[in-house]
Design a protein around this ligand. Structure first.
Ligand code: SAH
Ligand code: SF4
Length: 383
C-alpha cells in the first residue's frame, strides 16, 4: 500500500527514504517539494533522480482530503469542509488580517470532551485525525491560497488548533504535525505563531511543553470549579487549581511568556460583573501570567444557550482590563458563512448531492477568490 507523505515529519520521512535505500538529504528535498511547493506528483519534482521518482511512484503518494464545500465570507474568511470518510467531515477556516493570515485547524472528527456550548462537543466523538489529515488542511489551504492569490509567498503565517476536536486528546498525531508546521523545510512558522488550544488535558500539557512547546491557549470559561464542571466536563478530572499549576509549568518552556485564556461569553451563565471580578481574583491568586480572549458565543439550537449582549461583553472586559489583565474581544469573522466552531460539519451527515454542492461551490469560490485583495508577504520573525 502506498504511504501518504503528508503523514511524516522530516525525521519520519528520512526514515522512510532510508527504507527505499535513499540518503537522508533526499528526504529534505522531497519534504520541500511537498510542503513548500505543494507538489503532489513525483514527476514535478525535477531535481530528484528519475530512479527515485520511480521508486516513490511505487511506494508513496501525496494524498489530500477531498473538499466537500468551500464558503467564502464577504470579509475574506474562507471555510473548507473536508471529507474524512465514513460520513465524517472536519473544517478549517482561513482568516485574513492586515498583518497575518491565520488558519484554524481541526484535530478530531467530533470531540469527547462534550462542552455544553460547543457544537462539536454535541456531535460526540467519532475519531482522531491522523497526522496527514491534520496537515492536509494546512497543505491544501496554503497552496490553494497561493495559487488563487497569484503569489509565491507564504500566505498562512499563523496556525491555531482551534477547529474541531481536543488536540491534546490526539497527542500522537498532533506532535508530528506541529513539527512540520515549525520545520524550516516545511512551513517555517515560528513557535509563537502556532497555537494549541486545549480544554485542559493537564498531563498532555506537560508533555507538549517537553516535546514541542508552542503557544498555548487554555479554554477557561468559568471563574470557579462548580460552573466549569458544568460547562467543561473535563474539569471534574483536572480542576482549576491543577490546571493553573500546569499552566505555570508550561510557561517555563513556552515560546511566549503568557497563556491565553479563552472565555466563551454565555448570556446569564458566566458573563456577570461579579463573575468578572471573581475571575480576576482567581487568576491573580493563581499567579499565571495571562491574557484573556473573550469569545462571543456562537449559538446553535441544541445548546439552549444564548450569546451575551455586547454591553455585557464590554463590561466584563473592562473589569479585567481595569484589574490589569490584557483582554481582547474576538471579532466575529465569517458570520455569513457560519465560520465559527463546528457549525457546518453537523450538516454533513446528509450526504445527498455532495457532488453537485462541490461543483457549485467551486465555481463560486473561483469567482470570489479572484476578488480577494492580493496579499503582501508576511513577516516571519515575530508579531
Ligand atoms: N478543544 C479545544 C480547541 C477547539 S475549540 C478547546 O476547547 O480549547 C476552540 C475554541 O472555541 C475553544 O476556546 C472553545 O471553547 C470555543 N468554542 C467552542 N464552541 C463555541 C461556540 N459555540 N461559540 C464560541 N466559542 C466556542
Ligand atoms: Fe471539544 Fe473544545 Fe468543543 Fe470542548 S470546546 S467540546 S474541548 S472542541
Amino acid at each position: 500500500m502506498a504511504v501518504n507523505l503528508l503523514d511524516f515529519d522530516l525525521e519520519g520521512l528520512a526514515a522512510f527514504c532510508e527504507t527505499l535505500g535513499e540518503k537522508k538529504f533526499r528526504a529534505t528535498q522531497l519534504f520541500r517539494w511537498v510542503h513548500q511547493k505543494g507538489a503532489s506528483q513525483f514527476d514535478e519534482m525535477s531535481d530528484l533522480a528519475k530512479s527515485l521518482r520511480e521508486k516513490l511512484r511505487g511506494h508513496a503518494e501525496v494524498l489530500a482530503l477531498p473538499v466537500i464545500t468551500q464558503h467564502i465570507s464577504a470579509d475574506g474568511t474562507i471555510k473548507w469542509l473536508f471529507d474524512v470518510g465514513a460520513g465524517d467531515a472536519v473544517e478549517a477556516v482561513f482568516i485574513p488580517e492586515s498583518d497575518r493570515g491565520t488558519l484554524c485547524v481541526s484535530s478530531q472528527a467530533g470531540c469527547a470532551v462534550g462542552c455544553r456550548f460547543c457544537s462539536t462537543g454535541h456531535q460526540g466523538f467519532s475519531r482522531n485525525l491522523k497526522t496527514w489529515e491534520i496537515l492536509a488542511q494546512l497543505w491544501f489551504a496554503e497552496h490553494f491560497l497561493r495559487k488563487h492569490l497569484g503569489t509565491q509567498d507564504r500566505v498562512i503565517s499563523n496556525v491555531v488548533m482551534m477547529g474541531m476536536g481536543e488536540p491534546l486528546q490526539n497527542y500522537a498525531a498532533l506532535v508530528p504535525a506541529l513539527k512540520v508546521m515549525l520545520d524550516d523545510h516545511g512551513y517555517g512558522l515560528s513557535r509563537r505563531r502556532v497555537t494549541v488550544s486545549t480544554s485542559g488535558v493537564v498531563p498532555m500539557m506537560d508533555r507538549l511543553g517537553q516535546d514541542c512547546p508552542v503557544a498555548l491557549a487554555v479554554s477557561l470559561h468559568a471563574p470557579d470549579d462548580v460552573l466549569r464542571d458544568n460547562l467543561v466536563p473535563l474539569n471534574k478530572k483536572y480542576p482549576l487549581n491543577e490546571l493553573m499549576d500546569a499552566c505555570k509549568r508550561y510557561l517555563e518552556r513556552a515560546p511566549r511568556d503568557f497563556i491565553t485564556f479563552e472565555y466563551c461569553m454565555l448570556d446569564g451563565v458566566n458573563d456577570s460583573p461579579a463573575q468578572a471580578q471573581a475571575l480576576l481574583q482567581f487568576v491573580k491568586r493563581a499567579d499565571v501570567p495571562c491574557k484573556f480572549n473573550l469569545i462571543p458565543f456562537n449559538p446553535f439550537p441544541a445548546s439552549g444557550l444564548l450569546r451575551s449582549t455586547n454591553q455585557a461583553v464590554q463590561a466584563f472586559a473592562r473589569i479585567l482590563v481595569e484589574g490589569g489583565v490584557v483582554t481582547t474581544i474576538r471579532k466575529t469573522r465569517g458570520d455569513d458563512i457560519d465560520a465559527a466552531c463546528g457549525q457546518l460539519a453537523g450538516d454533513v451527515k446528509d450526504r445527498t448531492n455532495v457532488e453537485t454542492r462541490i461543483s457549485k461551490q467551486r465555481t463560486v469560490m473561483l469567482q470570489q477568490v479572484h476578488s480577494l485583495e492580493p496579499r503582501e508577504g508576511h513577516r516571519t520573525s515575530n508579531d
